[in-house]
Design a protein around this ligand. Sequence first.
Ligand SMILES: C[S@@+](CC[C@H](N)C(=O)[O-])C[C@H]1O[C@@H](n2cnc3c(N)ncnc32)[C@H](O)[C@@H]1O
Length: 352
Amino acid sequence: MEMPEYYKSPDEMTAADIGLDLLLRSLEEELGLNFKQYKPNYLKRRIGVRMRAKGCSDYMQYRQCIRQDREEGGRLINDLTINVTEFFRDQEVYEAIREQVLPETINYKKETGILSIRGWSAGCATGEEPYSLSMLFLDALKKESAWDWALRITASDLDDKVIKKAKDGSFEEAKVLPGMSLDEYFDREKGQYLVKEEVRRPVRFVILDLMKPPPLRHLDIVLCRNVLIYFEKSKQYRILSIFNNCLRKGGFLILGKSEAIMGAGDTGFIPFNRKERIYRKEKDMQEAASEKPRLRSERRGVQPPDGRSHSAPDKEGRSNSGTRRIVLKPEADQEANTRDKKGEGHDRDKTI
Ligand SMILES: C[S@@+](CC[C@H](N)C(=O)[O-])C[C@H]1O[C@@H](n2cnc3c(N)ncnc32)[C@H](O)[C@@H]1O
């Protein structure tokens, strides 16, 4: 049996570990969703809640329960893919996009003569995030009287139910930034806020697992907020490499407030606004990786002949064993736990 990567050795696997592994396999086989990439402690906590609710004492019993009750499978998936979001979540981040990211992007586009802005909201939940981005883009372009610019925002999520809701574009609550008007971007109908057609038009929703690279290239902005915290470190690294591949050089990556890239240089990103977790693609990841040995030898002197160093991780959290210890600070885990407790939850020119 192939062992889950988070177990140190097959000998250490307990009956509970095997039960959890089998449950995750069932979810993959029956529902096509791979949760093995998530952090084990997160999985155990969330699944534990559902097990208690159904009175199951172990994973095997719960696996049986899911097989007999499809609705319970749906409930578990809801709990695992926490979909909490809101318009302009963390206002300061969107202020920074408006004041810093968009002016830089628009200037760059004017210089190159490519009159388009292309973004990706990865893990968009019910759509508030990509619609917020669309409103900001429209606002910025209106101020420039740039009527002929093309806008495209790809909005993706693993969960088909949230994508369906997002496409409806109808919300109980709405919010805009200071200086923007609700009426400009929303219609009111039967107590709901309906996103106006001009805000919807640039946004294209797709169901997509973040672990699978999408055919997106030359993007200007990627938002992946409050998603990476749930993933194992090696998976976070893989997802960052996907973002790096999809962005143009100088393009922006925007993470959640409690997410930060450690050892950003290894990933080809450099901090742009540390406080708001905004990064910029400086170079391709392969290029960054190929430069790494040289930089190390400059910092630490001669490397062993096999190219591996056996000293302690450096300040930025880089391990010297050849594996990268990167991505999220420990506080991100705490944030995930807190949310959890609150119940929150390549073809160059092809695009989706
Ligand atoms: C907490 S919400 C974040 C929503 C929004 N980005 C925000 O910050 O307001 C996390 C979203 O990530 C999605 N997600 C989780 N795992 C995913 C995966 N492997 N691929 C794509 N989306 C995923 C979940 O379905 C959920 O909608």
